[in-house]
Design a protein around this ligand. Structure first.
Ligand code: CA
Length: 276
């Protein structure tokens, strides 16, 4: 996946790479959005400094001053990472972590003036990924953020599936590889390899992101707006045509019978569901 923080691209500025020979009709943009970071900090100067520094590095930035504001924002526009002060005007930052961790799996980095080991352990125990004490060097915080995002990208969270089987394809969400189930990994497979049957399949970055969102919630309905904002970013929640296009392509690639999918299901008017 190369650079995790590519510069934003506007809708329509790029088309789908020509992997479907002779494809005609409208072109739909591939996802290429910067990582979204929620900054929760009640001190205005510090919030501003963080915002400026993150934006300068192409992150999309959301800011909240209070714990409740942070929880509401995270729910409506799920960020890729949270930078969280513990001393907030309403609820304690530790409580924000507890609430977030009920559903939120991406990195939370605590930024706090509390330096006692007990405070650090407390925050890490309830689900923070890292702890940076104030005063801090901006370069260090940015490095920790990059590391947390990288870990998260390769991780897909500990209790999430790392490999799923869809039709005749084994999908490795960590290695980003799709291999034919019959191909196996042994030497035998190499011998029976036939030029007619492709042994691997290429998915586009957009297809990976959609697939990840779905298979991380096996059996659950995932709303179209959630997938669209998660994959393309805010402002794309209504572009259900993008999603239909890419879902159809995913099914053509993965399902045995794309017309009657068994794993990548549509819930009309609502969203999609991955059925293991
Ligand atoms: Ca504070």
């Amino acid at each position: 996946m190369g650079d995790p923080h590519p510069a934003p691209r506007g809708p329509g500025s790029t088309g789908v790479p020509g992997e479907v020979p002779g494809a005609t009709g409208p072109q739909y943009p591939e996802a290429a959005r910067p990582a979204k970071v929620l900054i929760v900090e009640d001190q205005p100067e510090l919030q501003r400094a963080l915002r400026i520094n993150l934006r300068a590095r192409q992150y999309e930035v959301l800011t909240a001053r209070t714990g409740r504001e942070a929880l509401a924002l995270a729910a409506s526009q799920p960020p890729d990472a949270v930078i969280l002060d513990l001393g907030l005007p309403d609820i304690d930052g530790t409580e924000v972590i507890v609430e977030l961790r009920r559903w939120y799996r991406a990195p939370i980095i605590v930024l706090s003036g509390r330096t006692s080991p007990g405070d650090k352990i407390g925050a890490l125990d309830v689900g923070a990924d890292d702890y940076v004490t104030k005063p801090f060097a901006m370069a260090e915080l940015l490095a920790r953020l990059r590391a947390a995002l990288r870990r998260d990208e390769g991780d897909v969270a500990n209790d999430q599936p790392r490999q799923v089987v869809i039709g005749h394809w084994s999908v490795d969400l960590v290695a980003h590889l799709v291999t034919h189930v019959d191909a196996g990994a042994g030497e035998e497979a190499a011998e029976v390899e036939s030029p007619q049957t492709p042994q691997t399949l290429r998915l586009t970055p957009t297809e990976w992101r959609i697939l990840e969102l779905l298979v991380q919630r096996p059996g659950q309905l995932v709303g179209s707006a959630q997938i669209l904002s998660g994959v393309w970013g805010p402002g794309f929640q209504q572009r259900t045509n993008y999603l239909r296009f890419h879902m159809a392509r995913l099914r053509r690639k993965l399902e045995d019978n794309p017309a009657r999918p068994r794993h990548l299901l549509t819930e009309p008017g609502m969203g999609y569901r991955y059925q293991p």
